[in-house]
Design a protein around this ligand. Sequence first.
Ligand SMILES: [Zn+2]
Length: 312
Amino acid sequence: MQLWKQLLLGTYRQADMPRRWWNNRAAAAAGMAPLSVLFYHRVADHQPTPWTISTTMFGRQMRWLKNRYDMLSLDEAQRRLRSRVNRRPAVCITFDDGYADNCDQAIPLLLRERIPCTYFVCNHHVETGELFPHDAAAGYDFAPNTIQQLRNMAAAGIEIGAHTRNHVDVAAIDDERVLHDEIVTAGEDLEREIGSPVRYFACPFGMPKNLSNRAFDMAREAGYRGVCSAYGAYNFPLDDPFHLRRIHGDPQMARLKNWATIDPRKIVERSGFEYSAAATAGLSSSETLFDDGTAGQASSGTPAVAALWEEG
Ligand SMILES: [Zn+2]
């Protein structure tokens, strides 16, 4: 982005901040504080990429978040979602793919600060050390984590999750056996390799077009506790706790603050993914409340909450 645009945007966000904090407090008072699940990829100081954040910035973000939010495990976030009331804004930290660089600074920092973390990896890459295709294509030689690193992390309290065997788009797989291998067998193999339970699954790419009811069903039937998407959405107490919506842990502090203080446009404008099993299980979702922006017509939930985030 051009510098003048960045400056302009920064000024706007700063000016907008008091209203954001008011929104946050009002939502919390109504028991509707959001649970934001952030995802990161790589924390390192060499070879910056759009999916890398520097160790200094990562440390700054973690401290900023820790001073303002409850830092939760996915387990605890789900427990709050199931209770259908959340009075304290909360954040969960997750990582995708599994880069060895993260073990230098990021993971030790999280352990030191006692910030819970779920770390999603792809079997093939952690087993063979083969580079991710998107890294290789761009000329980077970022090593994946080793199995031993994952064992150490799990032993230290980091939750290791599954992210398919080959970093594939699960919505694009028609063959049931292939899908089962990528979602279910991959998780079982990982569990055996690291010697710890693998309880969560994150869909690679994670945009609505990369998610499918079939994949979610398969993960649920296999006993995963939850599936993560990554298209940039909050979790509210009326959302289905099985589907954990995530937000990119942006390298820019201003953008992270923007997300973390509830951007009303992010709620009203987004078109997300609805896992239909949630509907059949009788769980309502706050997304239906917000998508049309007409809180008065919402069939359930707390209409007052939607009004909190109206622009103006
Ligand atoms: Zn990924």
